[in-house]
Design a protein. Sequence first.
Length: 160
Amino acid sequence: MSKKARTIFPLARKQRLILKELPDELLVYDLDRNTAHCLNETAAAIWKLCNGRSTATEIATKLAKQTRQPVDENLVWLALEQLDRDQLLADKLLLPAQVARISRRAAVKRIGSAALAVPLVYSITAPTAAQTGTCLPRGAPCTMDSQCCSGNCRGSGLCA
């Protein structure tokens, strides 16, 4: 396999996402998966630099220019792995064999107290409409059986 064939140009997924920029993070809601993702400042910056024409090395260089901080390429790969895991890249990421997988803990140790934070992506799945329905617990005031988790609203007006 030639070197060119192994070169990876990550592309941020843009379709069916709702974006909300906040001062230190980017909120991304995936309409296809009903999942919300919170990208910290570093992960958001890397995601925005995934234009399908830049390699991880080039992304690290661009991020270093933006932040005026040195950026380890492994930090970019860590973010790319998280973005891929959460399906925020247009195509599945195939990590090159020469790139060592790095955990968040190892990344924190490696970069130490550098000004650039370790990229983090937090995700939660939004409940479906059926999951949002709630019921009243035992002893709660009620007026009909369907309000109670037990399905039994006693004559005393309390859930059984």
